[in-house]
Design a binder for this molecule. Structure first.
Ligand code: SF4
Length: 328
């Protein structure tokens, strides 16, 4: 985006060549207490940006994040509000300070939020948290490099829980782990949710993982939410052509009888998104309306619990369950 006839730095300092990139636009959802909403989509679809907006790491240019009735923008200075919402990151190698012992890593939020100053009390709480995530209280004396990836993610979870949060934003928490370890961490998270009444926003590109943990699933494409449905409804009857393409990409999913939609091409650049429906350059059901008009999220015909942004579904021409060759 720089004019090659002038030095890039000169142009940058002059403020030229700047363009607005809408990483996330028109995304709206709610998460009932004690449930899990997952956001899925390809890399760059904006799901991690949503996660960071929700916990206040980024500020939205428009719109708001309401947590327990309060706008987060107003509540950010309130440490109680921040304590109630924590984040678990993707990479347990990068998210733990390698120079700190595990007990200090876990104790840090307890001290930072002023939950206790008593050394013995903090030590007991750290031991309890380590036990809660399946580690030994003796592990507190070790450094992060002495643990496997799965154990480090358990430490990350213990640290996130140390401030007694009610809501956890989990950004690809298992994608850096082996499949067998992934299952253990997902089981741990489900167990903790039941025992502690936690609410999760779960970010993942892995639909098999999402199916395992979610009550509801939102599918994102190029910064927009394109489908939002109860997990079983979404996996049994995906409606948006992009969701159907994502399902198609899972090799071990039971696809018996499901209409298959081949989707080619690359995700367009968010700097220069397509007109109308952002999926239209790749969608086998696209028509002229799709190229001109951004579809709104609305209840889908046939599966009213599903909200979907697709003209074909609205017009009843998505031919749910019919062979693709007849639909296009
Ligand atoms: Fe395809 Fe049109 Fe639906 Fe977009 S609105 S997903 S282009 S059919």
């Amino acid at each position: 985006f720089f004019d090659v006839s002038r030095p890039p730095l000169q142009r940058l300092l002059a403020g030229e060549g700047k363009r607005m990139l809408r990483a996330v636009d028109g995304v709206s959802f709610s998460i009932p207490k004690g449930t899990t909403l997952s956001l899925v989509g390809e890399s760059g679809c904006g799901k991690s940006t949503v996660a960071r907006l929700v916990v206040g790491l980024y500020s939205p240019t428009r719109g708001s994040v309401i947590f327990d009735g309060r706008d987060l923008a107003e509540a950010r200075a309130d440490s109680t509000q921040r304590r109630r919402m924590q984040m678990i990151f993707q990479d347990p190698y990068a998210s733990l300070n390698p120079r700190w012992r595990v007990r200090d890593i876990i104790a840090e939020p307890i001290r930072a939020f002023g939950l206790s100053k008593d050394k013995a009390e903090i030590e007991a709480r750290v031991g309890q948290l380590l036990t809660q995530v399946g580690l030994s209280p003796l592990d507190g004396a070790k450094f992060p490099h002495e643990f496997s990836g799965g154990q480090r993610q358990r430490i990350s979870i213990a640290r996130a829980l140390s401030s007694n949060p009610e809501f956890l934003v989990c950004d690809e928490p298992t994608s850096a782990l082996d499949v067998s370890v992934q299952a253990q961490i997902l089981n741990l998270m489900k167990d903790l949710q039941q025992r502690l009444g936690l609410t999760y926003l779960f970010i993942s590109h892995n639909l098999a993982v999402v199916r395992q943990v979610s009550d509801r699933v939102g599918v994102m494409y190029l910064g927009r939410l394109v489908e939002l449905a109860p997990a079983e409804t979404l996996f049994e009857t995906p409606r948006h052509p992009y969701t159907r393409a994502l399902m198609e990409a899972i090799p071990d999913l039971d696809m018996t009888g499901r209409q298959r939609i081949p989707v080619g091409g690359e995700v367009p650049s968010p700097i220069n998104p397509p007109s109308g429906c952002p999926f239209h350059p790749r969608c086998p059901l696209a028509n002229d309306r799709c190229k001109a008009e951004i579809p709104a999220m609305m209840p889908a015909r046939g599966t009213p619990q599903t909200l979907v942004a697709c003209h074909a579904v609205e017009e009843g021409r998505d031919r749910m369950g019919a062979p693709l060759v007849e639909a296009v």
